[in-house]
Design a protein around this ligand. Structure first.
Ligand code: ADP
Length: 533
């Protein structure tokens, strides 16, 4: 049949991103602040050149297509070089989270069958501890010192960079990232070239991270955590200036933001909290950022308010490792100019709206099947589908997503008529009392507003009559005192009466996961014998 016309084949591979950056924004800078306090500068042309060298160096080691190369590293330009270089030689970069517990690090490196380990000198103790437990790793290369292993610069310095990217399919894998595994072993999420390119394109848009050539981004979110939210890819597409810090000290971040003219930053709420505390303690103004992306856990209202008062647009984002991670991002809604400041803060404290490419729906928690209306009130299990959402975990025998694509996020939320997602809980943490659902997160957030509360965690405890009832565990701030009655009195005007916890227990600490989230699994285990009623 005669072809009527056609568009070109153009492979959606990660290499196209770095080729574009090197061609269109060759001198746009990439600044790195290192663990030893030194700073280096390169640019997109330099990243491209070194990525070619690392690709050559890996091939010279006998690493082949589909092989896994691990990184155990903070944010810096050499880590970025490995992102593009490993993908460019057809390999898969497995970004390991150095905060995982040793047993998890043993599991993920063996499960991934990593052949090379690229690591920061700061993690030498981890490497020394784990080396015998990582039998698949044949080569250790240190990003920033050659004291105990081959030094990265020497290793790639032996190559000439004259190299054509290894070609392949769009659906080939390029990166592997494990979830921290709040239940059972960590699970590997395999990102593909195509999913990565599409995800980065979505991240660029004004309704998401709003990046352009004038952006200067300091991503605090680690490159080992859900691919730093795709920012190093989206940033290359837009030709932005990137500022990396290998340390998360607020003094360093603040200094970099001021000196390097940072316009945008991204991190979990605790990063922003630490920044507020640093500025307050030193009588400093918050940096006047254009935009602050907050995600990974809910951005508290006071945080949103303070940043917005400082003239910073707050992009509250929701996602997970399984969704590459962008699901929703908060930006101005159609009625933004008509909203009062309070209304804008309230809207921004919700989790934003889906970007093009992903679809969201909520289903009944009772049958996990019946789709709920987007009425701003019905709370249900959140499901997602799209081209950068997981279909099957690495090496799993079965799909994680349903045959129609919907993937259960494990989150509970409400969808509003304008598409805004409001997250209310996790499906395994929501409390079922007398056939009705109580949000543990809302109780925690309300309790956290009490001036004597440092941290609060709420779990459903078995109850003879109601099935489950909420119990609130509270860590008091140092030097502060309060009684259970005070907390309950504080909660009374904030939540429905039947939501009020049956007990408030004061504890010295609340267990956390390796990524710093409250571990309700461990909290429940600690109070396994707890009885109500
Ligand atoms: P891990 O599973 O390793 O802790 P993820 O980044 O994959 O890391 O965690 C994803 C989960 O984090 C989501 O399912 C959700 O429960 C929570 N989360 C992410 N962003 C937000 C947000 N903006 N508000 C509330 N919770 C969030």
């Amino acid at each position: 049949m005669k072809v009527l016309g056609a568009m070109q084949d153009w492979s959606m591979r990660v290499t196209a991103i770095i080729d574009h950056a090197a061609r269109e924004a060759p001198t746009r800078e990439i600044v790195s602040y290192w663990a030893d306090g030194s700073e280096t500068r390169t640019d997109w042309a330099g990243i491209h050149r070194d990525a070619k060298k690392i690709a050559q160096a890996l091939l010279a080691l006998g690493i082949g297509r589909g092989d896994r190369v691990a990184s155990l590293a903070m944010n810096h330009s050499r880590h970025l070089v490995s992102w593009y270089g490993v993908a460019g030689m057809g390999g898969v970069l497995h970004t390991c989270n150095p905060r995982l517990f040793d047993d998890q690090l043993e599991y993920i490196v063996n499960h991934a069958e990593d052949r090379v380990m690229l690591y920061d000198a700061a993690f030498q103790p981890i490497v020394d501890r784990m080396r015998d437990r990582w039998p698949t790793v044949e080569h250790y290369i240190c990003f920033d010192s050659g004291a105990h292993a081959l030094a990265f610069e020497d290793w790639i310095g032996a190559q000439n960079g004259d190299f054509a990217w290894v070609e392949g399919e769009e659906r080939d894998p390029c990166m592997l990232c494990y979830t921290s595994g709040t239940t059972g072993n960590p699970k590997g999420v395999l990102y593909e070239h195509r999913s990565t390119v599409l995800h980065a394109l979505a991240g660029l848009q004004p309704a998401a991270f709003n990046l352009s050539a004038s952006s200067v981004m300091l991503p605090v979110v680690p490159m080992f955590h859900a691919a730093s939210w795709g920012l190093p890819y989206a940033g290359a597409m837009a030709g932005i200036k990137l500022v990396f810090s290998a340390v998360n000290d607020p003094a360093v971040l603040h200094g970099l933001m001021e000196r390097e003219g940072v316009t945008d930053s991204a991190g979990v709420p605790t990063v922003w909290l630490a920044h507020f505390q640093y500025c307050d303690a030193h009588g400093l103004e918050l940096p006047r950022l254009r935009a602050a992306t907050i995600g990974g856990s809910a951005a508290p209202r006071f945080m949103v308010e303070r940043l917005m008062k400082n003239g910073t647009r707050v992009q509250h984002a929701w996602g997970m490792t399984e969704t590459s991670p962008i699901g929703t991002v908060g930006g101005p809604t159609h009625d933004w100019d008509q909203l009062s400041f309070e209304e804008k803060v309230a809207k921004t404290a919700m989790q934003g709206r889906p970007v093009f490419g992903v679809e969201l729906r909520t289903v009944s928690l009772d049958d996990m099947e019946t789709e709920l209306p987007r009425d701003g009130a019905s709370s249900g299990a959140l499901q997602i589908r799209g081209p950068w959402v997981i279909k099957r975990y690495f090496k799993a025998d079965e799909d994680a997503a349903r045959p129609d694509g919907w993937f259960d996020t494990g989150d509970v939320g409400v969808l509003h008529p304008d598409g805004t997602l409001q997250l209310t809980d996790r499906t395994k943490d929501v409390i079922k009392s007398g056939g009705e659902w109580i949000s543990s997160v809302e109780l925690e957030n309300a309790a956290a507003g009490h001036p004597a509360v440092a941290e609060a965690a709420c779990v459903g405890m078995p109850h003879p009559k109601w099935d489950e009832r909420p119990v609130l565990f509270v860590v008091k701030k140092a030097g502060e005192d309060c009684r259970a009655e005070d907390i309950l009195a504080h909660l009374t005007p904030l939540v429905a009466r039947w939501w009020l916890p049956d007990a408030v227990e004061f504890v010295d600490d609340i267990p956390h996961t390796a990524t710093g989230k409250i571990s309700k699994k461990d909290l429940r285990a600690r109070f396994a014998d707890y009885r109500l009623g």
